[in-house]
Design a protein around this ligand. Structure first.
Ligand SMILES: [Zn+2]
Length: 369
């Protein structure tokens, strides 16, 4: 182990910071979990991230020189090229914070920044449900809806690093207002908060449903989880709310299946725990709406990394960065080898050939004295 390189993954969330030392296979060697306390501002939060990274290195008994890279998964929007957090809604008071540079300087270890949903997609691709698959769509459904696209074995970033915003595909042009300002986004129709809001509307209309009983008549206590509980008890309204929302999710995914022809759709996030209430309608919508050949080629499966997806995703970002570097190193070595071979060839050319490089003319001139 002593000379085997490791990485550190840091999952920065609005509520928690999770940090781990991770090996090449996704094995977690040491792990730290602490509150973000985002209200204390970027300086305090970044200090906590650095402290957590030092803590996991000490726990794992690894020196700084054994950690080849740090990967950070952060809420977007980010400028990933510059390593800057632009102004994430989950991190109030952060505006153009040079997150990558601060972590890199603080730890003295090269650092890469990635948006959290893309990091999770990389994590599932490298260590989870998407192992060995080249074309994969990852979706996380919890309070919001996020995602990432793995195309041709690599994370697809788009022109400015912001591709994969699956939650903001327009499904209903005049539908409910989304947090992004648009109407009828997938997130406004199929996320945990969308399901809870729809349930509140239905209860407020006085429709008799088990949801109202479970919430004790308090609209504020209605959550997507509670709607799922009511559905499990056979409540028709709850079943209707879930199947409508998940049909929207499947509708959005059917378009992505037609666009990208993936082998796999991986669905994670808190709402994936409702199981068939989610996967049933999603699979049916894809089958109904996508081209038959594409619908047949794709499997829709639950994510595998569970609560570790954030930190393993951040570690996967670091491993991908190292793999890119190795590839560039190999390319440089190949170029060096070609140069060496060309030089050796010139050295062995017979003397006296006019204009040839490597000393042909030089050798044809006789020595004097
Ligand atoms: Zn939106």
């Amino acid at each position: 182990m002593a000379h085997e390189h490791l990485v550190i993954g840091i999952d920065l969330g609005g509520t928690n910071i999770r940090t781990a030392v991770v090996d090449r296979t996704g094995g977690i060697i040491a792990h730290d979990h602490r509150e973000t306390l985002a209200n204390e501002g970027p300086r305090a939060v970044i200090s906590r991230m650095i402290e957590a990274a030092r803590m996991v290195m000490a726990q794992a008994g690894v020196a700084r020189c054994q950690v080849a890279e740090v990967g950070v998964g952060s809420p977007g929007p980010l400028d990933i090229e510059a390593g800057v957090a632009l102004s994430p809604p989950n991190l109030p008071g952060w505006d153009r914070v040079p997150l990558r540079q601060l972590i890199e300087e603080g730890l003295g270890i090269p650092t890469t920044l990635e948006n959290d949903a893309n990091a999770a997609a990389l994590g599932e691709h490298r260590f989870g449900a998407g192992r060995g698959v080249d074309h994969m769509i990852y979706v996380t459904v919890s309070t919001g809806i996020g995602g990432g696209l793995i195309l041709g074995g690599e994370l697809y970033h788009g022109a400015t690093g912001m591709a994969g915003e699956i939650g903001h595909i327009t499904i209903l042009p005049h539908g409910p207002l989304c947090g992004c300002g648009n109407r009828g986004c997938l997130e406004a129709l199929a996320s945990g908060s969308a399901i809870a809001r729809r349930a509140r509307e239905i209860v407020a209309h006085g429709v008799p449903t088990r949801i109202a009983d479970l919430a004790g008549g308090d609209l504020d206590l209605i959550t997507a989880r509670l709607v799922a509980d009511a559905a499990r008890e056979g409540d028709v309204e709850a079943e209707g709310i879930l199947s409508e929302a998940m049909d929207y999710l499947g509708t959005g995914l059917a378009s992505l299946v037609n666009l990208f022809n993936p082998q796999l759709v991986v669905i994670g996030g808190g709402l994936a725990h409702i199981g068939e209430w989610l996967f049933g309608p999603v699979r049916r919508a894809i089958k109904r709406r996508a081209f038959p050949a594409q619908a047949q080629a794709v499997r829709v499966v639950p994510a595998e990394l569970g609560d570790h997806v954030g930190v393993l995703g951040a570690a996967a970002v670091a491993w991908c960065r190292l793999a890119d570097q190795e590839e560039r190193w190999e390319t440089a070595l190949r170029a060096l080898k070609q140069a060496e071979e060309a030089y050796a060839k010139r050295q062995h050319q017979p003397p006296g050939i006019m204009g040839s490089a490597g000393g042909g003319v030089y050798r044809s001139i006789p020595w004097h004295g």
